[in-house]
Design a protein around this ligand. Structure first.
Ligand code: ZN
Length: 420
């Protein structure tokens, strides 16, 4: 696909996926269009299609299996997460104050909070009715987190401190306006407000993804962490040719809050799916464990490009840049899954794809982040490499990457899935 069309497709995916639930719906739509069969997790599967997928809330796993399982197929997994930092509406959090409609929120994950003020925010997520049916909802430009004018506290430019409970209560409009947010959201999904049983609703950025730079060489968007990786993974998965190996696209939810959920990387979603796949392939328990032992996982998440104004926060010698190619992530403390064996696997895939790559390591005085890689490796016992695309402003409401890097990353991921 030409670069302009590929970037436009990524931007569309980012805009269509304000929350993990929307991302999974968009992935499902694209997989079905590509001929993959949707299977419901709660049904008995028996025989499986060679190309299929299943979802669990904000998580999805798609597979491509060989037409006939050989005695010793390999296993190639591309794993990423669907969630991003945001503000999440508390249940029963709507109230009035000084003539305003307000919404009480809790911080989801680790957003760079100052970037959330004075933005036009959408409310997006899912509403579950009393019968248990889930409804996706996305209401544009219905909220703001208002900053305090500089005249009312001149210390803000030198020592801004955000107190989440005091400062992040969102303003939804005037108390006199009709309908209130609860009624508006119920209307959007065709429900009466008292049919609503529960919700997972987030305040998210409303501004569409935009190309930036004199030749549009950069991409600014919300949720590059980690929908950029999910999009690269989907592109690679759809482009990878079938081999004797089983290929998986795994998208977990809740990475930003620790992954310890039924749809997170520490949960059993992938483990159970792998068991169901190998059972359909006629594997014994022994053969199943041998299969996992032969497996490889590429854990994909964004990483930090060197900040031009704050190079002191980075390792002094190893500094990824925007546009320099995909980035291998390494940590002696195993905050990433990468070790020598998986570095070599990654290097083989980069060479096969003809892509130059970079390396990220932490400055020893800066703890840095982590990824779902070690969690998935611990849960499944599969050798894992962590890699991704460099961004600036990770966890800002609007992150920045170079448009060339996602395509290069997808090319390496395709080679990895094909076992090259
Ligand atoms: Zn991430």
């Amino acid at each position: 696909m030409p670069e302009a069309a590929r970037t436009a497709d990524l931007m569309h995916f980012l805009d269509a996926s304000p929350t993990s639930y929307h991302a999974v719906a968009e992935l499902a739509r694209r997989l079905e269009a590509a001929g993959f069969t949707a299977l419901v997790g709660g049904e008995v599967w028996g025989q499986l299609p060679n190309q299929g997928f299943t979802t669990r809330d904000g998580a999805l796993i798609a597979w491509r299996t060989p037409a006939v399982w050989s005695r010793q197929p390999g296993l190639r997994i591309f794993a990423a997460h669907s969630d991003s930092p945001a503000l999440k509406l508390k249940p029963h959090g709507l109230h009035e104050r000084f003539g305003y409609q307000m919404a009480n929120v809790e911080v989801y994950g680790g957003p760079l909070l100052p970037t959330w003020f004075d933005r036009d925010l959408s409310v997006a997520g899912r509403i579950v009715d009393l019968a248990g049916t889930s409804h996706l909802v996305h209401a544009n430009a219905v909220a703001r987190v208002p900053s305090l004018a500089i005249h009312l506290d001149r210390s803000q430019n030198s020592e801004l401190r955000v107190e989440a409970q005091r400062d992040l209560v969102a303003l939804l409009g005037l108390a006199s306006s009709e309908p209130d947010l609860a009624t508006h959201l119920a209307d959007l999904v065709g429900l009466d407000p008292n049919q609503v049983g529960g919700h997972d609703l987030f305040l998210v950025a409303d501004q569409p993804a935009t190309r930036v730079g004199t030749s549009g060489e950069l991409l600014a968007s919300a949720r590059l962490d980690n929908l950029l990786s999910v999009h690269s993974g989907l592109s690679a998965f759809l482009a990878a040719e079938a081999t004797d190996d089983v290929q998986l696209l795994v998208v977990h939810d809740h990475e930003e809050v620790g992954s310890h959920t039924a749809s997170g990387a520490s949960g059993p979603f992938a483990e159970h799916l792998l068991r169901r796949l190998s059972q359909a392939g006629g594997f014994s328990q022994d053969a199943h464990h041998a299969w996992l032992d032969r497996g490889w996982c590429l854990s994909a998440d964004v990483t930090h490009a060197v900040h031009p104004n704050r190079p002191d926060r980075h390792d002094p010698t190893t500094r990824p840049v925007l546009g320099g190619g995909p980035v291998l992530k390494w940590s002696a403390a195993m905050r990433y899954g990468t070790d020598a064996t998986t570095m070599a696997c990654w290097a083989r895939a980069c060479r096969a794809a003809g892509v130059e790559h970079q390396v990220f390591v932490n400055n020893n005085s800066v703890p840095g982040g982590a990824s779902l890689g070690p969690l998935a490796a611990t849960r499944l016992g599969i050798r894992t490499v962590d890699a991704g695309v460099a961004v600036l402003g990770m966890h800002s409401i609007r992150e920045l990457c170079a448009v060339a890097d996602p395509a290069a990353f997808a090319a390496v991921a395709r080679a990895f899935l094909a076992g090259e």
